[in-house]
Ligand binder design. Structure first.
Ligand code: HEM
Ligand SMILES: *[C@@H]1O[C@H](CO)[C@@H](O)[C@H](O)[C@H]1NC(C)=O
Ligand SMILES: *[C@@H]1O[C@H](CO)[C@@H](O)[C@H](O)[C@H]1NC(C)=O
Ligand SMILES: *[C@@H]1O[C@H](CO)[C@@H](O)[C@H](O)[C@H]1NC(C)=O
Length: 508
């Protein structure tokens, strides 16, 4: 046994013991099987392997209430019911903190740094300038998609070739996203892309390790486990000279000199103040935006491709849609909005695959706890979530929820299309609210409410353009017919198989 492994075991034992002692009474009930200290440890272990099932039992036992579940490190409070979900989604950061929730799961203070939490201005950049510039920057994104698929797939002739989905999709997504974030030539630099892909994985794995360290030792020990400094140093090798030049130009010429690049560096500089206007601080934000973008978008496309090969009857209608729209309108952000079937397919894939057992995780930071409108109070310091998988699979929310029905959302749209604004209106004159980017209490793949993913407009644009590109240019089929590579599940976390393959060949 290596010293590191030994250390992990010792720390895990300490953490578990600490947790046991801190097992407080609470007015919020726990699920039946978890009553008693030993059974609560059994439930915590079962949660690791099959969280969805544990949460489903809770939802069954408390169909209209809040309950608690023991996990290895803490109690998870789960709020059932769409009304409660809406109340969580609407609560301000000083009552239910999104950042404190993330700070615990990923140990962000040590893995990323405190600045990102204390001044999350990059969120405003993504929500504002980045989203506003999507239509204008689309030709670059489209250009990068074409080149990235060509280079990464490296298909010659029209032979079927096996495609290792997640790692190769990550390369394509990282490269395409960085065309928008930092532009050419850096977006094609392999070492820079790998570094960004690795950074995400690092934050997750090192974060889990740091979580095992007792709180009072963290400030001393955590920095040694964190790759914060080394990742940033590595990123500066590429971003350093670029950011230095851009900062100097803004300093000298102001923020609207001719040919100022329209990229995330400019969008960050537009609102960065004081200590954020330094090369390392800006580089960190580029890393953080990459971290938020790459893993999520890549797993979403990977799941969609597994679904496409499992339910191949969707292929032809989507291909026809893409070919028709492109023939009529050409490639643009606006033409993607006419691809209703592709939009619906991705949304349906997200419904069934994008979420783990829990979603919308927040920490209760209000001194007196958080009180729902029905009077239930969740105590200060608690971690509060919604049963994301259960919501997406609830027959009250979806007809035949267990069926993958790729066009369930575009069919709704069609019923309303006789009206004046066919794009967005349904038969009752109400706005169509089931686009891929629409969040709702029934669809929380992008979260919901105040912290709903600000990058989802970019993600949807990028992923729809990628899927349309694939359908037009390639044939795909399952590696083994009828077998979907199984998801990896670890506690509330869920990702599509990282080793799964599909077959692919050039059509044209
Ligand atoms: C399909 C791809 C994506 C998925 C599934 C996804 C999902 C999510 C989810 C679930 C949240 C938390 C919402 C909540 O708890 O209410 C979130 C937050 C966030 N996402 Fe995404 N995301 C995706 C793509 C992106 C992209 C491309 C970017 C950046 C360009 C991005 C940037 C962010 C940021 C900055 C936050 C934090 C928001 C805040 O602090 O208020 N995401 N995302
Ligand atoms: C989780 O539990 C359910 C119900 O007991 C079972 O059907 C399912 O196969 C389990 N999943 C895993 C991954 O063990
Ligand atoms: C990324 O991680 C892989 C696997 O651990 C490693 O081989 C590679 O050198 C890393 N690349 C960069 C640029 O950090
Ligand atoms: C990381 O960088 C910070 C700021 O430059 C420095 O204060 C700290 O000592 C470094 N930590 C480690 C473990 O090298």
């Amino acid at each position: 046994m290596t010293t590191t492994t030994l250390l992990i075991y010792v720390l895990a034992a300490v953490a578990a013991a600490t947790w046991l002692r801190s097992r407080k009474q609470s007015p919020i009930p726990t699920i039946a099987e978890a009553e008693g200290v030993l059974s609560s440890h059994r439930t915590a272990l079962r949660f690791l392997g099959n969280a969805t099932d544990v949460v489903a039992r809770g939802c069954h036992q408390f169909p209209e209430g809040v309950f608690r579940l023991p996990t290895l490190f803490r109690w998870e409070y789960v709020a059932n019911g769409l009304q409660r979900l809406s109340e969580i989604a609407a609560a301000p950061e000083n009552i239910l903190s999104f950042h404190d929730g993330a700070a615990d799961s990923l140990q962000t203070e040590y893995t990323i740094g405190a600045a990102v939490k204390h001044n999350p201005y990059h969120v405003a950049t993504v929500r504002g300038s980045l989203t506003r510039n999507l239509a204008r920057c689309f030709p670059d994104v489209r250009d990068e998609i074409v080149h990235a698929f060509n280079d990464v797939l490296a298909l010659e002739g029209k032979e079927w070739k096996s495609f290792h989905v997640l790692p190769q999709v990550m390369q394509i997504v990282a490269r395409t996203s960085n065309r928008l974030f930092v532009g050419l030539p850096l977006c094609r630099n392999q070492e820079f892309l790998d570094l960004n892909v690795n950074y995400t994985i690092h934050i997750f794995t090192r974060g889990q390790l740091i979580k095992l360290i007792p709180e009072f030792l963290k400030p001393t020990l955590a920095p040694w486990f964190s790759s914060k400094n080394s990742s940033l140093r590595h990123a500066l090798k590429f971003l350093g000279p670029l950011l230095e030049e851009r900062l100097a130009k803004d300093q000298e010429l102001g923020a609207d000199y001719p040919d100022r690049p329209n990229d995330a560096i400019s969008w960050l500089l537009d609102i960065a103040t004081d200590e954020e206007r330094t090369v390392p601080a800006l580089a960190l934000r580029i890393l953080v935006i990459n971290m938020a973008a790459i893993h999520t978008s890549s797993t979403t496309l990977t799941s969609a491709l597994y679904d496409l090969t499992m339910y191949p009857e969707h292929m032809q209608p989507m291909r026809e849609e893409a070919e028709r729209v492109i023939a009529e309108e050409g490639w643009s952000k606006a033409s993607l909005a006419s691809m209703h079937k592709i939009d619906s397919f991705l949304r349906e894939s997200q419904r069934l695959s994008a979420t783990g057992a829990l979603g919308l995780t927040r920490r209760v930071v209000a001194k007196d706890g958080f009180t729902f409108s029905d009077g239930t109070t969740v105590p200060h310091g608690a971690f509060l979530s919604v049963p994301a998988n259960a919501i997406h699979g609830d027959p009250d929310n979806y007809e035949n929820p267990e069926v993958f029905d790729g066009f369930r959302f575009s069919r709704h749209r069609k019923q309303g299309s006789a009206l004046a604004d066919p794009e967005d209106t349904n038969v009752n004159g109400a706005v169509f609210t089931q686009h891929m980017v629409t969040t709702s209490p029934e669809h929380v793949a992008f979260g919901h409410g105040r912290h709903a993913c600000p990058g989802r407009f970019f993600a949807a644009t990028e992923l729809k353009a990628m899927l349309a590109h694939m359908l037009i240019n390639y044939d795909v089929k399952a590696d083994v017919e009828g077998v979907r590579p199984s998801d990896m599940v670890f506690g509330a976390m869920r990702t599509p198989s990282a080793t799964g393959k599909i077959m692919i060949r050039r059509r044209v």
